[in-house]
Write a protein that binds this ligand. Structure first.
Ligand code: CTP
Ligand code: MG
Length: 227
């Protein structure tokens, strides 16, 4: 029944372009990473959290965790080149039956969504948060010419947390490693096993800080929530 969380926080934040990696930037009164960790720290169903930090940043993250008195962090693992490598590293430190993977750079996830996701993953084995896309999405070729317009009704923008039975996620990562397969999220690796991944309605405020304009949006969401 136990629930573990992996927080990949080992990225360089190239698209954000700030000197300090985006997960360490201040948001209101504390760093983005701490906002994210506190949501899981205070969720009653979460037993254990593993943070994955960049090589050379492990002790810095350990210090931050101690400074904010976070008690559910069982390990700070060392990340890898790609997000997938970082998640795999985090997975080695968790033995819980259920595993949630959540981006450090996504500080606005709520307890309600985590609870809902846990309900669905316990029934089905694999579940992710996502929201229907608002824009029309086009597939464009390298020359900049539109190839096709997929039906918007079937398109969802995927978020985290993504939740899995641990054994399934381990198998998916192992297979990806063996086959040299890369994915931009964990669900994709699980889909490759032929497993159904359930979508749970997320929240448009659950943004990932990715490019510079996201900082102003994040400040606005933070102020609006008054947390
Ligand atoms: N991440 C990680 N290890 C990596 C790459 C990414 O742990 N090798 C983490 C990031 O720290 C972030 C999350 O995965 O919390 C989502 O990735 P993304 O938004 O792509 O972050 P970055 O890779 O840091 O950003 P960019 O792609 O712009 O460089
Ligand atoms: Mg990245």
């Amino acid at each position: 029944m136990s629930v573990g969380v992996i927080i990949p926080a080992a990225g360089r934040g190239k698209r954000m372009g700030t000197k300090v990696s985006k997960q360490f930037l201040p948001l209101g009164d504390k760093p983005v990473l701490i906002h994210t960790l506190m949501v899981f720290e205070t969720h009653p169903e979460v037993d254990e959290i593993v943070v994955v930090a960049g090589a050379g940043e492990v002790s810095r993250v350990e210090e931050m965790v101690a400074q904010y008195g976070l008690e559910k962090i069982s390990a700070v693992a060392t990340g890898g080149q790609e997000r997938q490598d970082s998640v795999r590293s985090g997975l080695e430190h968790l033995q819980t039956e259920w595993v949630l993977v959540h981006d450090a750079a996504r500080p606005f996830v709520t307890h309600g969504h985590i609870t809902e996701l846990l309900k669905v993953v316990r029934l089905h084995g694999a579940a992710i948060l996502a929201v229907p896309v608002k824009d029309t999405i086009k597939q464009v070729d390298p020359a900049g010419i539109v190839e096709r317009t997929p039906d918007r009704q079937s398109l969802w923008a995927v978020q985290t947390p993504q939740a899995f039975r641990r054994s399934l996620l381990v198998q998916a990562h192992q297979r990806a490693l063996e086959q040299g397969m890369t994915g931009t999220d964990d669900a994709m690796l699980v889909e490759e096993l032929g497993i159904d991944v359930r979508v749970v309605m997320g929240d448009y405020q659950n943004i990932k800080l990715t490019t510079p304009e996201d900082l102003a949006i994040a400040e606005a969401i933070w102020k609006m929530r008054g947390t």
